[in-house]
Design a protein around this ligand. Structure first.
Ligand code: GUN
Length: 312
């Protein structure tokens, strides 16, 4: 028998559900706060006559999205007062030429952090490139040594996107202990590392984590159990309202370019979440753009600062 103020959802009695007052996890705002803090710390280093952080970025070919990301990284360096070097290489660069460049940057004392924007052209081994970057300059946190240290809870460079997500959750004081985090996607760049980070025995962490992927048969049922959902599979508007429980925290990592004639650029950026219909259910949700994207850059800047400070 139902009591007043209850209704039946999925065959169970729940208190009457009202639409939650949803809050945006504003990555633009938080990333600016992180960058402002880094600027203050960088100014302090300069005043003390210490080295200023220096990021070297390698961009290969003419991939539009990669161009945009790298331009944002270089711009952020300049806003904070970091040095940056952008190395552009043709799409037909050989693996050997790229390895030679990386070895030069490894040996250059002034360079603190090195990133090679992914994806790489066919014929170049991503793994070989990642393993060639010195772990002490691996500000992307992709080197197996960085990943291994992160898994073991040792000080390490965390991959920028998951690190940015943690900074965002932390900024908004989102409770994570004992929560069920559902991660959709198991990439080395986002899904796998965030699943490990959210599982760590510290804040933000202590979650029970389920990692879903393309072979997960009951994905909808698992998502419905998620207190925190990280959508990182790269399929526009994949996460629908009927996959999200009321009050969930939803983090959208997707940034797919979808053709859109109404835009001057000819494309719109779509996340992995059907924002319009999912947002009213959430306690917190990231917008796209303006959520995880700016936080990725802020986290990269934090790593670059740390790589520099480690040389003091
Ligand atoms: N491509 C997509 N995300 C990333 C990232 O975080 N770092 C690099 N280097 N390439 C990427």
């Amino acid at each position: 028998m139902m009591r007043k103020g209850e209704n039946i959802i999925f065959g169970c009695h729940f208190p009457r559900l009202y639409l939650c007052p949803m809050k945006l996890l504003d990555g633009k705002l938080v990333s600016q706060a992180v960058k402002d803090r880094l600027k203050t710390q960088t100014d302090e280093r300069m005043l003390q006559g210490k080295k200023v952080p220096h990021l070297a970025a390698i961009l290969i070919g003419n991939n539009g999205a990669s161009e945009t990301y790298v331009a944002s990284k270089v711009k952020s360096c300049s806003e904070i007062g970091f040095k940056s070097t952008l190395i552009r290489l043709d799409a037909d660069v050989t693996e050997q030429e790229l390895l030679f460049k990386l070895n030069e940057l490894n040996e250059d004392f002034d360079v603190d952090g090195i990133l090679v924007q992914l994806p790489l052209p066919k014929g170049i081994s991503e793994q070989k490139i990642i393993e060639t970057i010195l772990p002490s300059k691996d500000v992307d946190g992709f080197h197996p040594e960085s990943v291994g240290r992160m898994v073991q809870g040792l000080p390490a460079f965390y991959p920028a996107t998951p690190y940015g997500i943690l900074l965002l959750l932390e900024h908004y004081g989102i409770e994570t202990k004992g929560k069920h985090a559902v991660v959709i996607g198991r990439s080395n760049i986002v899904g796998r590392p965030i699943s490990i980070m959210l599982n760590k025995n510290e804040y933000p962490g202590n979650c029970t984590v389920t990692v879903c992927h393309s072979h997960t048969p009951n994905l909808k049922e698992i998502c419905l159990q998620g207190d925190i959902i990280i959508a990182a599979l790269g399929r526009p508007e994949f996460l629908k309202a009927d996959m999200v429980k009321h009050g969930a925290v939803v983090v959208d990592v997707g940034i797919t370019r979808v053709a859109d004639d109404s835009k001057k650029s000819g494309f719109a950026i779509k996340g992995d979440v059907d924002f319009e219909n999912v947002a009213p259910l959430c306690s917190y949700i990231t917008p796209v753009p303006g959520g995880v994207g700016p936080m990725t850059i802020a986290a990269l800047m934090m790593n670059t600062f740390k790589a520099c400070a480690a040389k003091d």
